[in-house]
Design a protein around this ligand. Structure first.
Ligand code: HEM
Length: 142
């Protein structure tokens, strides 16, 4: 019984890896930067519970540096090549606009001095991430 279960699990995991979106999915420099951004957001949410604005502002400054780095990388969903076609360049410009939008929201978080400003900035960050992922993030399990 255990053997059957084990082989079933193995074949399911094999099937999903056979359909992986791209061999580099989740392994790019951009994915690495995004992972750091996720860690910063976790730390910010922790600090937000204690209304420690100074701490939030300083982590937000670190987040801002990651966001500025993310601006320089082309999402895998657009291409894995260095040379961009005109159409890919257009998509990359759209991606950069999404990152600029995020940068604005994170900048307002670095300047937030009260809970209302902080909440508004966090809301904008969440929206920018959702929109950006919907448009440009590949689903690694597909
Ligand atoms: C603070 C806001 C954000 C956070 C915390 C965040 C977090 C993440 C995480 C955790 C991943 C998965 C990384 C992995 O696979 O290891 C990811 C991937 C990705 N995110 Fe974000 N994200 C944010 C905002 C955005 C925005 C605004 C955009 C686009 C305008 C964006 C575009 C992408 C793309 C394209 C990927 C896939 C990376 C690749 O193509 O190699 N993200 N993000």
């Amino acid at each position: 019984m255990t053997k059957i279960l084990l082989s079933a699990i193995l074949s399911i995991s094999f099937i999903s890896s056979a359909f992986a979106a791209h061999p580099q999915c989740g392994e790019t420099e951009l994915a690495n930067i995004m992972g750091n951004m996720k860690d910063s957001m976790k730390a910010i949410k922790g600090a937000a519970k204690s209304d420690d604005f100074e701490k939030i502002n300083s982590i937000a400054k670190e987040l801002l540096i990651s966001v500025q780095k993310a601006d320089q990388y082309v999402p895998l969903a657009i291409t894995d090549q260095k040379e961009l076609s005109a159409e890919q360049q257009q998509k990359f410009n759209d991606y950069k606009n999404g990152i600029a939008n995020l940068e604005k929201a994170v900048t307002s978080l670095t300047n937030a001095t009260n809970t209302a400003e902080q909440k508004a900035a966090l809301g904008k960050i969440g929206k920018a991430a959702k929109k950006g992922h919907k448009a440009f993030k590949m689903d690694c399990d597909e």
